[in-house]
Design a binder for this molecule. Sequence first.
Ligand code: DGP
Length: 115
Amino acid sequence: MYNKDNVFAKILRGEIPNKTIYSDDYVLAFYDVNPRAKVHALVIPRGEYTDIFDFTQNAPAELQMAFWNGVRAVVEKLGLRDNFRTIANTGRGAGQSVMHFHIHIMSDERFTEDF
Ligand code: DGP
Protein backbone atom coordinates (compact mmCIF):
# COMPACT_ATOMS: atom_id res chain seq x y z
CA MET A 1 0.00 0.00 0.00
CA TYR A 2 1.38 3.37 -1.06
CA ASN A 3 2.18 5.85 1.70
CA LYS A 4 1.91 9.48 0.58
CA ASP A 5 4.35 10.53 3.32
CA ASN A 6 7.38 8.85 1.72
CA VAL A 7 10.28 11.16 0.87
CA PHE A 8 9.91 10.85 -2.90
CA ALA A 9 6.25 11.83 -2.69
CA LYS A 10 7.40 14.88 -0.73
CA ILE A 11 10.01 15.64 -3.39
CA LEU A 12 7.34 15.39 -6.11
CA ARG A 13 5.13 17.79 -4.14
CA GLY A 14 8.05 20.21 -3.77
CA GLU A 15 8.19 19.81 0.01
CA ILE A 16 11.81 18.58 -0.06
CA PRO A 17 14.37 20.17 -2.42
CA ASN A 18 16.29 18.08 -4.93
CA LYS A 19 19.05 18.49 -7.48
CA THR A 20 17.04 17.86 -10.64
CA ILE A 21 18.69 16.28 -13.67
CA TYR A 22 15.60 15.78 -15.81
CA SER A 23 11.91 16.51 -15.38
CA ASP A 24 8.79 16.19 -17.51
CA ASP A 25 5.07 15.53 -17.00
CA TYR A 26 5.72 11.85 -16.22
CA VAL A 27 9.06 11.54 -14.44
CA LEU A 28 11.54 13.32 -12.22
CA ALA A 29 15.24 12.48 -12.09
CA PHE A 30 17.60 13.85 -9.47
CA TYR A 31 20.89 13.12 -7.72
CA ASP A 32 20.84 10.65 -4.83
CA VAL A 33 21.46 12.43 -1.52
CA ASN A 34 23.77 9.59 -0.46
CA PRO A 35 25.82 8.78 -3.59
CA ARG A 36 27.46 5.36 -3.74
CA ALA A 37 29.09 5.89 -7.13
CA LYS A 38 30.82 8.78 -8.90
CA VAL A 39 27.48 9.48 -10.57
CA HIS A 40 24.38 8.33 -8.71
CA ALA A 41 20.99 9.45 -9.97
CA LEU A 42 17.43 8.37 -9.23
CA VAL A 43 14.49 8.31 -11.62
CA ILE A 44 10.94 8.25 -10.25
CA PRO A 45 7.55 8.25 -11.94
CA ARG A 46 5.00 10.95 -11.15
CA GLY A 47 2.53 8.43 -9.80
CA GLU A 48 1.82 6.40 -6.70
CA TYR A 49 3.60 3.06 -7.20
CA THR A 50 5.48 1.31 -4.42
CA ASP A 51 7.84 -0.91 -6.42
CA ILE A 52 8.72 -2.30 -9.84
CA PHE A 53 5.82 -4.75 -9.97
CA ASP A 54 3.24 -2.27 -8.74
CA PHE A 55 4.50 0.02 -11.51
CA THR A 56 4.64 -2.54 -14.32
CA GLN A 57 1.27 -4.07 -13.43
CA ASN A 58 -0.69 -0.94 -12.63
CA ALA A 59 0.79 2.10 -14.37
CA PRO A 60 -0.67 3.16 -17.73
CA ALA A 61 1.45 2.16 -20.73
CA GLU A 62 2.03 5.84 -21.53
CA LEU A 63 3.61 6.41 -18.13
CA GLN A 64 5.72 3.26 -18.34
CA MET A 65 7.09 4.27 -21.72
CA ALA A 66 7.74 7.81 -20.52
CA PHE A 67 9.55 6.47 -17.47
CA TRP A 68 12.10 4.56 -19.57
CA ASN A 69 12.47 7.56 -21.83
CA GLY A 70 13.29 9.48 -18.65
CA VAL A 71 16.00 6.96 -17.78
CA ARG A 72 17.45 7.42 -21.25
CA ALA A 73 17.27 11.20 -20.94
CA VAL A 74 19.40 11.06 -17.78
CA VAL A 75 21.93 8.73 -19.41
CA GLU A 76 22.19 11.04 -22.43
CA LYS A 77 22.33 14.22 -20.38
CA LEU A 78 25.08 12.91 -18.10
CA GLY A 79 27.02 11.27 -20.96
CA LEU A 80 26.88 7.77 -19.44
CA ARG A 81 25.95 5.95 -22.63
CA ASP A 82 28.32 2.97 -22.40
CA ASN A 83 29.05 2.95 -18.68
CA PHE A 84 26.13 2.80 -16.29
CA ARG A 85 24.03 0.43 -14.23
CA THR A 86 20.36 0.50 -13.37
CA ILE A 87 19.17 -0.95 -10.08
CA ALA A 88 15.66 -1.27 -8.68
CA ASN A 89 15.90 -2.42 -5.08
CA THR A 90 12.66 -4.21 -4.35
CA GLY A 91 11.49 -4.93 -0.82
CA ARG A 92 13.09 -4.24 2.54
CA GLY A 93 15.18 -7.41 2.24
CA ALA A 94 16.97 -5.95 -0.78
CA GLY A 95 17.44 -2.59 0.87
CA GLN A 96 14.51 -0.67 -0.58
CA SER A 97 14.15 2.16 1.90
CA VAL A 98 11.80 4.45 -0.02
CA MET A 99 8.52 2.82 -1.02
CA HIS A 100 7.99 4.88 -4.16
CA PHE A 101 9.21 3.02 -7.25
CA HIS A 102 12.60 4.27 -8.40
CA ILE A 103 15.53 3.26 -10.54
CA HIS A 104 19.09 3.99 -9.47
CA ILE A 105 21.42 5.01 -12.30
CA MET A 106 25.02 4.55 -11.23
CA SER A 107 28.26 5.15 -13.08
CA ASP A 108 31.84 4.89 -11.95
CA GLU A 109 35.33 5.00 -13.43
CA ARG A 110 35.28 1.27 -13.81
CA PHE A 111 32.59 -1.36 -13.72
CA THR A 112 34.47 -4.58 -14.19
CA GLU A 113 33.33 -6.88 -11.45
CA ASP A 114 30.12 -8.83 -11.82
CA PHE A 115 27.37 -8.97 -9.24
P1 DGP B 1 16.51 2.52 -2.00
O1 DGP B 1 17.45 2.07 -0.93
O2 DGP B 1 16.62 1.68 -3.26
O3 DGP B 1 15.09 2.67 -1.51
O4 DGP B 1 17.01 3.95 -2.43
C1 DGP B 1 16.55 5.14 -1.87
C2 DGP B 1 17.58 6.18 -2.15
O5 DGP B 1 17.00 7.44 -1.92
C3 DGP B 1 18.81 6.11 -1.25
O6 DGP B 1 19.95 5.81 -2.05
C4 DGP B 1 18.95 7.48 -0.64
C5 DGP B 1 17.98 8.32 -1.45
N1 DGP B 1 17.30 9.36 -0.70
C6 DGP B 1 16.60 9.21 0.45
N2 DGP B 1 16.08 10.38 0.84
C7 DGP B 1 16.43 11.29 -0.10
C8 DGP B 1 16.19 12.68 -0.26
O7 DGP B 1 15.53 13.33 0.54
N3 DGP B 1 16.74 13.29 -1.35
C9 DGP B 1 17.48 12.59 -2.27
N4 DGP B 1 17.98 13.29 -3.32
N5 DGP B 1 17.72 11.27 -2.16
C10 DGP B 1 17.21 10.64 -1.08
